[in-house]
Design a protein around this ligand. Structure first.
Ligand SMILES: O=C(O)CCC(=O)C(=O)O
Length: 205
């Protein structure tokens, strides 16, 4: 079991049952590091403004995005590789991809969704590292009684969601009328295109 550095706070387990495991660790990275990573990524990343078809019309994706492989190819910004190293060291999960989201203000959001299971290797969790302004995530069970969790994702925090939770819950960051500053999230995933025998699916439910 990796040792906890002094500045880290304890993991708060929000769900741990047949529907999967969700945990929240505030102050996973200290405030100066979170601020430095935020400022590097805000300035250095070539953020994409995407459009998406919704029913019969094309709409703006209400946030900016970027993607990096951690398994070679184009080098990721230093803040992404440093954050990935920290998350991998803590969790023991061989994350090989990072999806970044930039929420410019309270009008930016991500709609309730679960991760596409073909985009994550079976059995591996997703890790969400938050930088910048605090935004509330809503995690809603798909099945009755449709339990709802609301988690304020603070700068420097780490939210872990096991593979199984993608079957049983949707998660999203709703728009807010309250003034919200800029926020960047880093979503670490194990992409399924890894070599045979490297994914035995035993990490998390
Ligand atoms: O910004 C977040 O913390 C959530 C991002 C998310 O749900 C996703 O990238 O699929």
């Amino acid at each position: 079991m990796p040792q906890l550095p002094l500045f880290e706070s304890a993991e708060d387990v929000l769900v741990d049952d047949a529907s999967g495991r969700i945990s929240y660790t505030p102050r996973f990275v200290d405030a100066p590091t979170a601020a430095a990573w935020f400022s590097e990524l805000r300035g250095a990343v070539a953020w994409n403004a995407q459009r998406r078809w919704m029913y019969d019309r094309e709409v703006d994706v209400p946030r900016l995005t970027a993607h990096f492989s951690l398994a070679g190819g184009d080098p990721a910004p230093r803040a992404v590789t440093q954050a990935a190293e920290r998350v991998i060291a803590r969790t023991g999960v061989p994350f090989n991809g990072a999806g970044l989201n930039f929420y410019r203000d309270g009008r930016d959001s991500v709609a309730p969704h679960n991760d596409h299971l073909y985009e994550i290797a079976e059995g591996f969790p997703i890790a969400l590292l938050s930088l910048g302004a605090t935004r509330r995530m809503t995690i809603r069970a798909k099945e009755p009684p449709r339990r709802v969790l609301r988690v304020d994702l603070e700068a420097g925090s780490l939210l872990m969601m096991s593979y199984a939770t993608q079957l049983h819950y949707v998660h999203g960051v709703p728009k807010t009328d309250e003034s919200a500053g800029e926020r960047i999230s880093l979503a670490f995933r194990v992409r399924p295109d890894r070599g045979p025998g490297q994914n035995d699916g035993t990490f998390y439910r």
